[in-house]
Design a protein around this ligand. Structure first.
Ligand code: GAR
Length: 196
């Protein structure tokens, strides 16, 4: 069974979908812990599913590396096979990458390398694009720049608001993440091959 540590910053709707999915006996992965870089609203999903959770508030540390050390300390307790960034809106510092990469994956609401960064959905709308997408990548030191494991196009309906489009993209993100996790669990994807 593949074990997962999931990191969030916000509402955690994708986390909740993952918790639902991983509850099925046939699904080959389980969430063992949920963490956040702030007092994230979405941590309550972990509680709902009786999954342990922690917050390592970025604002409590003087440097990125110190925050990273605290995050490493929390994550190391769980020894998860994969760290899933599910709406973690923060670049991981080098010490965290050194410790866990390439076993860190991230979901992103765009067809990477198009529209990286924190406002991917807004940026796609502002660019007047007619389609965007969803991606699951291996995390490296850049902003949404790691190798793409899965991505899929999502059409942008005329007049769609940012929230409507983001909701539609999240449905695809959730499916792609599930597919990637199955592939990792069944060794169709070997994250070790992405070691820098
Ligand atoms: C998701 O769309 C996720 O891909 C995105 O934040 C959203 C979190 O939603 N992450 C990024 O944009 C990272 N660059 P949620 O809190 O409702 O799950």
């Amino acid at each position: 069974m593949l074990t997962l540590a999931v990191l969030i910053s916000g509402g955690g709707s994708n986390l909740r979908a993952l918790l639902e999915e991983t509850r099925h006996p046939d699904f080959p992965a389980r969430v063992v812990v949920v963490g956040a870089d702030r007092d994230a609203q979405g941590l309550f999903h972990a509680e709902d599913f009786d999954i342990p959770s922690f917050a390592v508030p970025y604002s409590s540390y003087e440097t990125r590396e110190q925050w990273g050390e605290a995050l490493i300390e929390q994550l190391a307790r769980w020894n998860a096979d994969v760290v899933v960034l599910s709406g973690l809106m923060r670049l991981l510092p080098r010490n965290v990458l050194d410790r866990f990469a390439p076993h860190i994956i991230n979901t992103h609401p765009a067809y990477l390398p198009e529209f990286p960064g924190a406002h991917a959905v807004r940026d796609a709308l502002a660019a007047g694009a007619t389609e965007t997408g969803a991606s699951v990548i291996v995390v490296d030191g850049g902003v949404d720049s790691g190798p793409v494991l899965r991505r899929e196009r999502v059409a942008i309906p005329a007049g769609a608001t940012e929230a409507e489009l983001h909701d539609a993209i999240k449905l695809v993100e959730r499916r792609l993440l599930s597919e990637v996790l199955v592939d990792i669990a069944t060794e169709k994807i070997r994250l070790e091959e992405y070691r820098a």
